[in-house]
Each structure stands twice: as structure tokens, then as C-alpha cells.
Design a protein around this ligand. Structure first.
Ligand code: NAI
Length: 327
């Protein structure tokens, strides 16, 4: 179809937005198909967002069919086919976890309701803003008319980080790394799994042959990469987060590669022992806007423990937002 793909981005004046919008507009998501951007911000950030839109104009992107900005979710989400929920409340000094969950709860409750009311019937919703899995759960729970499988949270950045670390370790190009999986929460408890990944078709854990590296270097490097970037750069990962947000959305809408899979946090129906209803990261294949969890993988004792640790954390987050009345 040549009708513009309507893509909403929230938090559009933020760091990730500054990279994401230009990649979306230049064709990284939908190639030559025209794209219309619908950008949501809070009122005090609208002026800065106007400046970003001036820069988008100045790029003269051939496939950018229009840009609309505003602070009213019901207007911005009207008729959108894809909503990338990036804007979130960062953890401020002295803020407790429950403060963070309730501040974000308010945002994702309202945005879930607005999407429920005005989004296109084919809408897909990807949540990047943290705590991403639980924010997605809150939005999903507040959008009863949107099928639950239309909500996902971003673990693709973790997935890409894991690919990059494995490629560096083995000397293989990233294109040789397949079947990477991030399990669980987008947090330090996530489990990047090398037991099902492959390097040029060979089992990655066997190619590496070093359980000590896997446990003491690989897993913590991937899981704590966000903190390492803050340390080095002075602010959190933004361009890589934008790139992963696009990778995830592109594969969701247009399909994952043959013979491979990707990581996406989606609603569990109890697969691999993950409690039903949690938005947890799984290996998934995608096609035509739908995902399906890769089934039948053998999970050993080590992996089972790691997955459970991360999904226990997700269950705790769910209990906290349930208690706050957000879902
Ligand atoms: P940022 O603070 O630079 O930008 C966030 C923007 O969201 C701000 O412009 C703010 O005004 C806006 N915002 C706040 N409340 C809003 C609302 N109710 N509606 C619309 N916009 C709203 O943050 P940055 O660096 O762009 O990161 C955004 C989020 O992405 C953060 O929560 C961050 O933790 C998360 N993140 C997630 C990653 C992942 O892999 N899932 C990776 C990196 C960041």
C-alpha cells in the first residue's frame, strides 16, 4: 500500500527521539513507503520539539509525508498504525521504585486509554520507555479493545548487544550470529542465552566453550551495558536504543529473517514456565505483523534458574502496579 504509515512517537523531544525520528523519516522502518510522524510530548517540551521538526523539514526527506506534534494523546494517536512509546519518567534523585512505577503508571494508563479510543484497527504498540515491560503491561491493561498481542516491550537493544559481544568474542561477523535470545525483563536480571544461539550454524555455547566467560563476562556485560554507557558518555544510550526500536518495529511489521528469530517482550501464555500475563522477553519469529514464540527449545537447569530470576522480578513489578491500582 502507498498510504502513509502513521507512526506515533512519544517523548519525541528526548534523546532517543532525536535519533529515532530521523531514522524513521529516512526509510529505516518502511523503506520507500511514505511515513507520517505523530509526535507526542508534554507541554513544556513542545517548543524544543518544534525545533526538531524544523530540522526534519531541513532534511527534505522524500518519504516523509507529514509531521504533527502535540501534547494531547487522543489527537496524536488518532488513526496510528504503529505507536512507539518512548517517553517515560526517569528515576529522579531520592525517588523510590514505587514512585517511579506510579509516575510511569499515570503516563501509560492514559496512553493505553487514548490508543484504545483512537488508534487504527491494525495498531501495533512498542514500548521503549522504562520500566518497559511493566509499562507495556499497564498500557495493555488499559486498552481492553486492542488485542493483547499488539503490545510489546523492547528487549531488542539487549539482543543486539548480545550479538555484538558474541561476535567480538568469536571473531565472527554479526551476520553469522543467529538465534540469540534475551529472556525476561529489560533490566539487570535479563538472561541473554547462548545455549540456543548459533555462530555460522554451530551452537554458540560450544563454539565459545567457556562457561566461566559466559557467566562472569558475557551475561553481566550485556545486562549492565546501559550503566557502562552512562558511565562513559554521561548520558544513557540513545542512538543504539533508537536503532533497536526500529529493528524491532521493522521485523514486527515486515517479518523476521528466515531461519532466525528475534527477542521481543510479549504477553506470556505460560510458555517456558513464564507466569501467564507477564510481558516477558522470548525468542519470537514474526510475519505479517504477528509474532509467535519459538516453542520446543530445551532449557537446562542453568537457563531455567536465570529465566525464573528475571520473571520473578517481573511478577513483583506486576504485584506492585496491581497494588497501586494501575492494572
Ligand atoms: P529523555 O529524558 O531524553 O526523553 C524522554 C522524553 O519523554 C522527554 O522529552 C519528556 O518530556 C518526554 N515525556 C515524559 N512524559 C511524557 C508523556 N507523558 N508523554 C509524552 N512525552 C513524555 O529520555 P531518553 O533517553 O530519550 O529515554 C526515553 C526512555 O527510554 C527512558 O525511559 C529510558 O530509560 C528508556 N530506554 C529504554 C531502553 C530499552 O532498551 N528498552 C534503552 C534506553 C533507554
Amino acid at each position: 500500500s502507498t498510504a502513509p504509515l502513521k507512526v506515533a512517537v512519544t517523548g519525541a523531544a528526548g534523546q532517543i527521539g532525536y535519533s529515532l525520528l530521523f531514522r524513521l523519516a529516512s526509510g529505516a522502518l518502511a523503506g520507500d513507503r511514505p511515513i507520517e510522524l505523530r509526535l507526542l510530548e508534554i507541554t513544556p517540551a513542545l517548543k524544543a520539539l518544534e525545533g526538531v521538526v524544523m530540522e526534519l523539514d531541513d532534511c527534505a526527506f522524500p518519504n516523509l509525508a507529514g509531521v504533527e506534534i502535540g501534547d494531547d494523546a487522543e489527537k496524536i494517536f488518532d488513526g496510528v498504525n504503529l505507536a512507539l512509546l518512548v517517553g517515560a519518567r526517569p528515576r529522579g534523585p531520592g525517588m523510590e521504585r514505587s514512585d517511579l512505577l506510579s509516575a510511569n503508571g499515570a503516563i501509560f494508563t492514559a496512553q493505553g486509554k487514548a490508543l484504545n479510543k483512537v488508534a487504527a484497527s491494525d495498531v501495533r504498540i512498542g514500548v521503549t520507555g522504562n520500566p518497559a515491560n511493566t509499562n507495556a503491561l499497564i498500557a495493555m491493561s488499559n486498552a481492553p479493545d486492542i488485542p493483547q498481542e499488539r503490545f510489546s516491550a523492547l528487549t531488542r537493544l539487549d539482543h543486539n548487544r548480545a550479538i555484538s559481544q558474541l561476535a567480538a568474542k568469536t571473531g565472527a561477523p554479526v551476520t553469522d550470529i543467529t538465534k540469540m535470545t534475551i529472556w525476561g525483563n529489560h533490566s539487570a536480571t535479563q538472561y541473554p542465552d547462548l545455549f540456543h544461539a548459533e555462530v555460522a550454524g554451530r551452537n554458540a555455547a560450544e563454539v565459545v566453550g567457556d562457561q566461566e566467560w559466559l557467566e562472569s563476562t558475557f551475561i553481566p556485560t550485556v545486562a549492565k551495558r546501559g550503566a557502562a554507557i552512562i558511565d562513559a558518555r554521561g548520558s544513557s544510550s540513545a542512538a543504539s536504543a533508537a536503532s533497536a526500536t526500529i529493528d524491532a518495529a521493522r521485523d514486527w511489521l515486515f517479518g523476521s529473517a528466515e531461519g532466525d528469530w528475534v527477542s521481543m517482550a510479549v504477553r506470556s501464555q505460560g510458555e517456558y514456565g513464564v507466569p501467564e500475563g507477564l510481558i516477558s522477553s522470548f525468542p519470537v519469529t514474526t510475519s505479517g505483523g504477528d509474532w509467535s514464540i519459538v516453542e520446543g527449545l530445551e532449557i537446562d537447569e542453568f537457563s531455567r534458574g536465570r529465566i525464573a530470576a528475571s520473571t520473578d522480578e517481573l511478577a513483583e513489578e506486576r504485584a506492585a502496579v496491581t497494588e497501586l491500582g494501575l492494572i
